[in-house]
Design a binder for this molecule. Structure first.
Ligand SMILES: Nc1ncnc2c1ncn2[C@@H]1O[C@H](COP(=O)(O)OP(=O)(O)O)[C@@H](O)[C@H]1O
Ligand SMILES: [Mg+2]
Length: 357
């Protein structure tokens, strides 16, 4: 074992001619909360099902707690799982649902009851054991599904879009509950989601997937501030993309402007590039030492409470540029529709990607 609790090694999965997963490798540490994040159809559920043994990979290995589990059946593996649809047994009470996995383990009656009570307490539904699933709200049903999944204290908790069927308020609330419970139990957890906000808020580590491959693995902060690919840059948060060209001296030409950029990759001079910058990274105030200044007209301003989002017409650039300015900037510089501004695009906040050919 290389210090990882779960190791996914070169896993591929085909459905007939279709490649759903292509050479996925990934290590997860004990106690870590990992999110598989990506658009619908990118292979998140397929990978989770391979980890659970519900749908075996075509190639590759999966190791859990030092054991090669690649070809084990689900009931030979050590995990609990929660699906998007609550998937509770409608004809069983809440207590019976939670006890389901425990009964199969031939636990004594009194121990079983005590464990169910403890779990009901843990999910904040101490009085609801006698109810049936249909008598509970969606959020409550999902808490019960969670209790059922952790009842046997599995080494691995698998969550497949557990919040996406719930309405927005319940979702945000349950998100912090799940996170808190996970931290308390210290259980290694994988959650599948297509919701970037959910992943950023909950994960220790995010695995960004697209078309069956991993685009980037990193902490939420790394994924957000240092996207490795144009896909990650566009999928997470808001990003302006400007057509540009790499010059000999390392500067980048955008419209008629030459910009300094900090980048660690080597790009061929004369290459067509995408220059990317987030709306909140575009500045209107600086200490006079800015080199990447660009004049712009404010085309549209949207008031969003603590800040404004403005659409800018930057001289020499075809694409509209979105920038976010604080209310202090707006007041002090009297930013409004029709204003003329001098922008600064800080070199450290610029991301560069090769244009797709
Ligand atoms: N049993 C299956 N048979 C054929 N294709 C499948 C099957 N399961 C999933 N797929 C395809 O594999 C791709 C990935 O699916 P899935 O892992 O469910 O995506 P995600 O969970 O990221 O939305 C999709 O294009 C899907 O249509
Ligand atoms: Mg899915």
């Amino acid at each position: 074992m290389n210090g990882a609790y779960l190791s996914i090694k070169n896993v591929s999965k085909s459905f007939g001619d279709f490649t759903a997963l292509s050479n996925i490798s990934l290590d997860i540490r004990e106690g870590e909360f990992v999110c598989f994040l990506g658009p619908s159809g990118c292979g998140k559920t397929t990978l989770l099902r391979a980890v659970a043994g519900l749908d075996l990979q075509t190639e590759g290995e999966i190791h859990q707690a030092g054991e090669d589990v690649s070809w084990l059946t689900p009931d030979q593996r050590d995990f609990g799982i929660v699906f998007q649809s609550y998937a509770l047994f409608p004809n069983l009470t809440v207590a019976e649902n939670i006890a389901y996995g425990l009964k199969n383990r031939k636990t004594s009656r009194s121990k079983l009851n005590a464990r169910v009570e403890e779990l009901l307490e843990m999910i904040g539904l101490p009085e609801s054991g006698v109810k049936y699933p249909s008598q509970l709200s969606g959020g409550q049903q999902q808490r019960v599904a969670l209790a059922r999944a952790i009842a046997t204290s599995p080494g691995l908790l698998l969550l497949d879009e557990p919040l996406s069927a719930l309405d927005a308020l319940v979702r945000v609330h349950l998100r912090s509950e799940i996170k808190e419970l996970q931290r308390k139990l210290g259980v290694t957890t994988i959650m599948v989601t297509h919701d970037q906000e959910e992943a950023l808020a909950m994960a220790d580590k995010i695995v960004v997937m697209n078309h069956g491959v991993i685009e980037q693995i990193g902490t939420p902060e790394e994924i957000y501030s240092r996207p490795k690919t144009a896909f990650v840059a566009s999928f997470i948060g808001q990003m302006n993309f400007l057509s540009s060209r790499m010059l000999d001296d390392g500067k980048v030409q955008v419209g008629g402007q030459l910009l300094d950029c900090e980048h660690d990759k080597l790009f061929q001079p004369d290459n067509d590039m995408q220059l990317a910058i987030r709306p909140e990274d575009i500045r209107v105030r600086y200490n006079g030492d800015a080199t990447n200044t660009m004049p712009a007209d404010v085309r549209h301003v949207e008031f969003l409470g603590s800040f404004v989002r403005s659409e800018l017409d930057v001289d020499g650039i075809m694409e509209p540029v979105i920038a976010e300015f604080s209310m202090n900037d707006v007041r002090d510089l009297q930013i409004a529709k029709g204003s003329r501004l001098m922008l600064d695009l800080p070199s450290s906040r610029i991301h560069l990607f090769e244009s797709a050919r």
